[in-house]
Design a protein. Sequence first.
Lengths: 95, 964
Amino acid sequence: MKILVCPLNGPRPVSEFAYGGSVRASPDPGSCTDAEWSDYVFNRAGSPGIKREWWCHIASGYWFIVERDTLRDVVLATFPADAARKGFIPPVPAP
Amino acid sequence: MMYRMESHPAEWIVRSAPLVFTFEGREVRGYEGDTISSALAGAGLPFLARSFKYHRPRSILSFANHDSNLLFQVDGVPNVRGDVVPLRAGMQVTAVNTFGGLAADKARILDRLARFLPVGFYYKAFHSRRHFPRWERLFRAITGLGVVSLDAPRQSTPKRYAFCDVLVIGAGRSGLAAALAASEAGAAVTLVDEGARPGGASAGSTGIQELVDAVQGAPRIQVLTGTEAAACYADLWVALVDNTRLTKMRARAVVLATGVIEQPAVFRNNDLPGVMLASAARSLVLRHRVAPGRRVVIVAANLEAYETCMILVAQGVSVAAIVDLRPERDADPQEPAVQDCASHGIELLRGSAPYAAVAGSDGVVAGLDVAPFDVVNGADAARVRRLECDAVLMSIGWAAAAQLLYHAGGRTRFDDGLQQFIPEEVPDGMFVAGRVNGVFEPQGRLADGRRAGLLAAAHAGFGSAAAVPAVVPRSGRRPSHAFPIVDHPQAKNFVDFDEDLQVRDLENAVQEGFDSSELLKRYSTVGMGPSQGKHSHLNALRVLARARRLGPGELGLTTARPMYHPVPIKLLAGRSFHVERRTPVDADHAAQGAVWMPAGNWRRPEYYARAGESREQSIAAEVAAVRSSLGLIDVGTLGKIEIYGPQAGLFLDRAYTGRFSDLRVGMTRYGLMVDESGVVVDDGVVARLAPEAYYFTTTTGGSATVFRELLRLNALWGLDCALVNVTGHRAGFNFAGPRSREVLQSLCDIDLGEAAFPYLGVREARVAGVPARLMRVGFVGELGYEIHVAAGSACAVWRALLAAGQPHGIRPFGVEAQRVLRLEKGHLIVGQDTDGLTDPLEANAAWAVSMKKPYFVGQRSLRILKARGPRQLLVGIEIDDPARIPRECHLVIQDGDIAGRVTSIVRSATLGKAIGLAMVVPALAATGTRLTIRGDGGEPIAAAVVPTPFYDPRGERQKAPGAA
């Protein structure tokens, strides 16, 4: 079982976490077209690669963001959720 | 014929502790320290088992946990591995897969019918559907392993979690060195080995005992013998399996010192009893004092063959000849062990190969026909010479035990010099050492183990990797022959002993087009037996490579998956454990006759059974009690959430479709939640307790996921508010019926009058002396109060309410009565009357959506959906004939097409008719429209669209007490 490093709780087995979808910027609902909005709601990029995802530590109810390379199945970095609002800090490259 | 030798100081068996057991009903003697196989072999039995397909006599091949032919039925337990399972007194051992016992097995005729059992037989013979069942029964019976007893007692096996800095797998020379080095660096080390004692294949060799003693005296090293590392999963979680349990070991670093697995030579009758791997003979002689025979021939292609020869000679076993596949110049003539053999007068036949083994009258090998051999031309059948012998030992090469490396995602490449797959890409935190790493010399293995141990310790945070040599030179030896396979026109030259596959079978499979490693495996079943190819993959690959005129490295091995060794499924099985939540008054429900039903994770009373009442009568009586007087239902399963903060109202405005920032303190409002695409996902009641405090409920099924999603939205938006999930902290009851106000007033310390506590109000009060939050709700369509109290006080309040209602004929009511009551009011249930595509406009809930708000989740999508118009609408329906009612999910049919479906249906005693909700196309949604519903068996059922609520359409009863 994989270990995920929660920014609040430290390294924990992945069974303690729930996946919450990818982190995506919403288009401005006031100005975007119906097509742009539908694309945002319904379409996801499924190709393997580096993804930013929402993950929740279930027991503590703590949401945070995981940067993950789905091609290599490696977690590159984890961020507190406010990173999504304040702009991401570049992750430390894996050794 | 094998026999027990005289005692020796280093033997593992205890001569003073003889053990008596039975084999095939016959009494046999062994010793404490024997395995089942060594005891049987030591007792001189000519053969111990029958093979899987041809029922050929078989005996020991590997003696290394992959003797798949030596699986026994022991005391009713099937498929016990004879080569590793310790002997116990009184064991009742029988061979598996025989008809009429081992010696007289009637199925041995199959050996003569091999010609008619070609590769892929199943695919070919079972082609006809007419004959399949007969063939299947026949083959299920004659091929197979042990018998599973259906009366076997249920066993629960414990699981253990363990942690270490460095896990060293394999306690041979390199593993011992690695454990010592890692421990010296300060790491906590666990050293595991599947063998009964540390030392691995090297046990008994020079210098090993000193190393074992050093490890056992070292600090921070835990040694687990008799323990297999069965699988390696993500982030170095390694499944350790011993006799009794599975240990889930999480290591910071892993040293793989798993060594190599000896491979058989492939020649005619290489499966005869008495033909075995040289490593098997070494273990038998040194540990259990069982000699392979009185006149031994060694088939050789490496230095280890000569070392084995000298060990046997030193132990008093007579070696007649060494048949070396290699030409003279490649046969290590300068090595001391080779010269020793020569000086002992042992005949050396170089450039020769076994052409066929010959069986004696007892079925055991009695001779070996040898012939001149080279890799290009094979054996020269014209110049065969017979060597008399009663044992043939094969020492021609090895395969890396790299399975755990593959489990962890590592990769190997084929090294032509070593004729072995060696690590190429090793996962982070894993370090490979010793022979599995291609390092064969004893000193090199020590150095390689030390290197890997230090690197693993450094990876775990102990010491530095800087000073550690990156690599130890790989072997200059050629420990494995490139093509130890000898063709024979009469075949029976076995590649796979588990599945009885000959060279010809594999060649035929390749000719039939199954010419990649993976296809060949699946078509021929090579490597699919219990040993999972431990002794067959490499030779099968060589056969395939020759047929394809490619190198083994260009074809590659098949994927290795867990488990490395077979693991009894009882060790893997978890407990039967279903998570089920219960409300604080669960025991009271049971005492009152609750019949349970699942609701989300919860169990809830479906209804309360009473003596003399049918299920329908009980439900009808519960409904009638609420309508006429008083009822009480446990709604503690609802999700219950509190939100505090200056922006709590704003948060709810954004999370729900309705507006809550303008809700007056002391009032509640229905809350509807949609997702980003505008689909209804949850609903509940939101109460404002204070300007910056709200209390709200979610559906029973959504209580966990809705709260989690709200937390995510709060993390995303960063508003100044905080959510608390009090679902488990608080109990909730709905106390409903025309008498609810007067009865509750008698228990309550606040004024419940219509003016002081209006419909949709929320109040803090004491009920039966317990602090409670009261909400006036109308879900069931009568005057009613939801009473929320701390879970610890729940039973007291529940009992007080029932006692106070007793004079008024109160009944506790269950989920089924509530479904009837709410349907009479036309209230929808999210998830029953809506599905994964239903938006609020379609669910007739546009009144709960405030599109004027600046933003809420799903608002933009709802704008699009509103402009597009609904595709379906939820409507009330009334069935013409209450005797013939449809079921939920029955379809509405219009002009032969599906035009909707029934989402809820009940027979309402209150109204005297059958009513329901249906999702229909807009064209059928107008009041008065006639509907045709397709009932069970296809018969049409007539219904009409009617307005909702069906009951008390003006909502007077939930406001005024006692109204008729």
